[in-house]
Design a protein around this ligand. Structure first.
Ligand SMILES: [Zn+2]
Length: 128
């Protein structure tokens, strides 16, 4: 009985994996809970800024995904004991771009995503 239940679970998992692997990247993107997914209309095409130097491209994607070297992430990764920004607020990647009086981009995450001239300039100065 235990073996049958275990085999049933295994078969269910295999069916799930097979059904997921048959989905297109686009449908998986639409189903998954992706942070800031509103920025990306079509995940199958290169996103703005793809031609930036690697350091800027990487930093831009850290802001897009909200996973980067900010106080909150560093605390989550147990690299520090505090998640505070020098301004006194909790420092998240979103805080750095949107609301920090010390670093914010005068625009929005959407502007950063667009990789326009101001956004690239901000990225360059933030990342240096
Ligand atoms: Zn701040």
């Amino acid at each position: 009985m235990w073996i049958c239940a275990d085999i049933t679970s295994l078969l269910s998992m295999i069916n799930l994996v097979m059904s997921v692997s048959s989905c297109s990247t686009l449908s998986l993107f639409n189903v998954a809970q992706v942070v800031n997914s509103h920025l990306v209309c079509d995940p199958t095409i290169r996103q703005p800024g793809f031609d930036l130097p690697r350091q800027q491209w990487s930093l831009m994607n850290r802001f897009r995904t909200e996973q980067g070297h900010c106080g909150a992430c560093r605390r989550k990764w147990r690299l520090t004991d505090t998640d505070l920004c020098p301004c006194g607020e909790t420092q998240t990647m979103s805080h750095i771009v949107k609301s920090c009086p010390l670093t914010k981009l005068n625009g929005s995450l959407s502007q950063l995503h667009s990789a326009d001239e101001d956004a690239v300039s901000w990225l360059t100065s933030y990342g240096s």
